[in-house]
Design a protein around this ligand. Structure first.
Ligand code: HEM
Length: 289
């Protein structure tokens, strides 16, 4: 009767801008890396989505299967438990949100709050109940490999060369951790600012090969600032004619990078998601001026 009607009216839909604001509130942490958990949240959103296979239509952020073994234990996901745990207070505050929506929204929030472009985002991911739909290991890129491997992995998701290069610009944020990937250091000197500096660094600096002491991994460092690094896969991309054309475009125009990154990050986060078609598309308002 009337009581049940009242009850169902009580359950108001989630205001995702409120979720965004709550995530923005927990990004800063002076005891963590460079002072922000934003970069590792972007990596969580990417690794949740980048398992997609456009041929079999499996993987992607729907299901949030990284919560389960064996996907949680895949080497590529080392260190991402930290990101998932940091988001638990937000999940407790907004229990109706699915993990897939929460993780992808957190990636959007981090990019925007760290100075990047507005990324259109909509809800619609549903949580898997167990690990049965976990994807096999090996779907995410291996940084020790070359341009051929990078193309194989991203073409499988449905991206072209321009989109691959635009996505790679997310390495403007964050750093490598020897205990997670074996690599060490940030890609540029301001790893909590989303800019096109990554492309300028990749194109213009002199990169020399170096072995990471703790892990034995081989990477490249800036001759003038050996704290700053590039992965072998990225040096291979720089040396590829088609990839380098797009690196040059984005090094020359941050505006073009922002425009293209917004589109391609939205596309990444939506791979394989069974939208109904009537979801509201959010353009989140930044909390910073
Ligand atoms: C970090 C590899 C593409 C976002 C990393 C790390 C590696 C890596 C090895 C270091 C992990 C650690 O030690 O903590 C690659 C390769 C890619 C690729 C080989 C493709 C060729 C992407 C894409 C995005 C992304 C497409 C997002 C759109 C990030 C971010 C971090 C990161 C934000 C920093 C995480 C942190 O600071 O904790 N990536 N990645 N990456 N990756 Fe990628």
């Amino acid at each position: 009767g009337a009581k049940t009607t009242e009850k169902s009216l009580d359950k108001k839909p989630i205001d995702y801008q409120e979720v965004y604001n709550a995530i923005a509130d927990i990004l800063e942490d002076n005891d963590y890396d460079d002072g922000s958990i934003g970069p590792v949240l972007v990596r969580l959103a990417w690794h949740a989505s980048g398992t997609y296979d456009d041929v079999t239509k499996t993987g992607g952020s729907n299901g949030a299967t990284m919560r389960f073994d064996p996907e949680a234990l895949h080497g590529a996901n080392n260190g991402l438990a930290i990101a998932r745990e940091r988001l638990m207070p937000i999940k407790q505050k907004f229990p109706e949100i699915s993990y897939g929506d929460l993780w992808t929204l957190a990636g959007v929030c981090a990019v925007q709050e760290l100075g990047g472009p507005t990324i259109p985002w909509r809800p619609g991911r549903q949580d898997a109940l167990d690990g049965k739909s976990c994807t096999p290991d090996g779907r995410l890129p291996d940084a020790t490999q070359g341009e051929r491997h990078v193309r194989d992995v991203f073409y499988r998701m449905g991206f072209n060369d321009q989109e691959i290069v635009a996505l790679a610009g997310a390495h403007s944020l964050g750093r490598c951790h020897p205990d997670r990937s074996g690599f060490e250091g940030p890609w540029q000197e301001a790893p909590t600012l989303f800019t096109n500096e990554y492309y300028k660094a990749l194109r213009d600096r002199k990169w020399i090969k170096k072995t990471v002491k703790d892990s034995g991994a081989s990477q490249f460092v800036d001759k003038n600032n050996p704290e700053v690094m590039m992965l072998p896969a990225e040096i291979a991309m720089k040396n590829d004619k088609e990839f380098s054309k797009h690196i040059n475009t984005y090094a020359n125009s941050e505006e073009k990078f922002f425009e293209d990154f917004s589109k391609v990050f939205n596309k990444l986060l939506e791979l394989g998601v069974p939208f109904q078609g009537n979801e509201r598309v959010y353009h989140f308002k930044p909390t910073t001026a």
